[in-house]
Design a protein around this ligand. Structure first.
Ligand code: ZN
Length: 135
């Protein structure tokens, strides 16, 4: 594995289960134990009913591009080799939205509403990240 120079996840107490899931190639979202609503990003209480009780639900990883942007300037030199690349807001089948890179297609091929699926990259021995690719 070559050296990974891009930023790595920095889990907090609240986000650790999410990143542990990614490490196991599972996409998780908090599920309110009171009203059942899914949410992402992880929050200490439900924005719908304010309950602090929740479980973690395993998502399908399937969704559609809700919106996206094409990066032509990188936020850090470690991304220079990827330019231009796509950052997408994906609406998962279960209703929550997540942001990550869309890989496996050119920026010209991306369309709002296109079907995508989660993919995982084990970028270091300790850390994995998730991205999306055409389904
Ligand atoms: Zn709730």
């Amino acid at each position: 594995m070559s050296e990974y120079t891009k930023p790595l996840p920095e889990p907090t107490t609240l986000t650790q289960p999410f990143w542990d899931g990614v490490k196991q190639h599972k996409l998780l979202a908090q599920k309110c134990a009171s009203c059942g609503k899914l949410r992402h990003t992880p929050k200490p209480l439900c924005p719908n009913c304010l309950s602090q009780e929740f479980t973690w639900a395993n998502l399908s990883g399937q969704g559609q591009v809700y919106s996206y942007t094409v990066m032509h300037r990188s936020p850090a030199t470690s991304f220079d080799g990827d330019l231009p690349y796509v950052v997408a807001l994906v609406e998962l089948k279960e209703g929550v939205r997540m942001i990550s890179n869309l890989v496996g297609c050119t920026p010209q091929q991306v369309r709002i509403g296109m079907s995508v699926k989660v993919v995982y990259e084990d970028v270091t021995k300790e850390a994995s990240i998730f991205k999306f690719a055409p389904a």
